[in-house]
Design a protein around this ligand. Structure first.
Ligand SMILES: Nc1ncnc2c1ncn2[C@@H]1O[C@H](COP(=O)(O)OP(=O)(O)OP(=O)(O)O)[C@@H](O)[C@H]1O
Ligand SMILES: [Mg+2]
Length: 295
């Protein structure tokens, strides 16, 4: 009996160790509560009746805490598809990353590249804007997702404002809601535009703290890691140790657990224990920062 594993993971136990380790390192999706809530909010936006003033969402938090994973999950559920009657491609949810600086033309180039629309890089910005609006209308885009929105902070205030106006204009013109995501500093950038601040509902993804949600997250991870023995990750001492090593982000929790599970197979222990965690080749985010400051 191996009730600590998800039924789909059980069959992985038959694989050779190296393949089990590869499976451990693969991307995982855990439907934790806040992620599910964010997805539900995005779904509601997608169904929102069109208006010239669409509501928007802003996923904000520290780095490595699952923002992009949520956005990608949502896009995956709403992939581009050909229309049944005439085969025209429809692209309900369009995901792009903000350009590395708030540059309108680069943004349009990114959008056009994303949907494989032929375009001339050096066309005048006004022409590009018209092309973007035309192409997105044709594709039936219903929701525009802009990740890494904090990139706009790489420009001076004038540039930032101009870029915010660009996305506001696109949203108004196409009557589509925006879902933006970025680290916390992005929040202040968007707040600096009064109209946008009003229309963006912040959806925080705070760091994990000890509690039921966190313990459930650990149990979900455990069910996805093909180890023969139960690790009981939700036991207080292991849970606390993981929280302090990871400093509370899902990206770090996931990384540590994957490394530890690989080691648990190598060492034939087949479970993650405090001793295994101590042996994992892992540096905490704060120590990494200290190291970067030294060099
Ligand atoms: N729902 C989830 N289930 C399992 N693992 C997850 C989940 N969400 C995120 N992760 C893990 O956390 C890592 C970081 O997540 P993600 O890239 O979404 O963070 P982010 O908040 O977008 O970070 P950044 O601000 O640096 O862009 C992912 O690579 C993945 O390993
Ligand atoms: Mg991200």
């Amino acid at each position: 009996m191996t009730p600590h594993l998800h039924p789909n993971v059980l069959r992985l136990l038959e694989l050779p160790d190296a393949e089990r380790q590869r499976a451990i390192l693969a991307e995982k999706w855990i439907p934790y509560t806040r992620a599910q809530q964010a997805l539900a909010k995005m779904e509601a936006l997608l169904q929102h009746p069109t208006s010239h003033r669409m509501p928007n969402l802003l996923l904000v938090e520290d780095t490595n805490n699952g923002k992009t994973a949520i956005l990608r999950r949502f896009c995956h559920a709403h992939q581009p598809q050909p229309l049944e009657d005439d085969g025209r491609l429809q692209w309900p949810v369009l995901y792009v990353q903000a350009p590395p600086e708030p540059d309108e033309k680069r943004f349009y180039n990114i959008v056009l590249d994303r949907v494989n629309a032929p375009h001339r890089i050096n066309d005048h910005v006004g022409k590009k804007q018209l092309q973007v609006i035309h192409v997105l209308r044709q594709l039936g885009v219903k929701l525009l997702v802009i990740d890494e929105i904090q990139h706009i902070l790489a420009g001076n205030q004038g540039k930032q404002r101009q870029f915010l106006n660009v996305i506001k204009y696109l949203s108004n013109e196409l009557m589509v809601p925006l879902v933006c995501a970025g680290i916390r500093t992005a929040f202040s950038a968007v707040q600096s535009d009064e109209q946008l601040a009003n229309r963006f509902e912040p959806v925080p993804l705070p760091k994990w703290v000890i509690g039921d949600d966190y313990l459930r997250l650990l149990l979900s991870f455990e069910r996805l890691l093909p180890l023969r023995e139960p690790s009981n990750l939700a036991d207080e001492s292991i849970a606390l140790k993981l929280l302090s090593m990871s400093e509370g982000t899902i990206g770090e929790i996931s990384k540590i657990l994957k490394l530890a599970a690989v080691l648990a197979i190598d060492s034939k222990k087949e479970r993650i224990t405090a001793a295994v965690l101590n042996k994992v080749d892992y540096t905490t985010p704060s120590d990494r920062m200290k190291f970067h400051k030294l060099i």
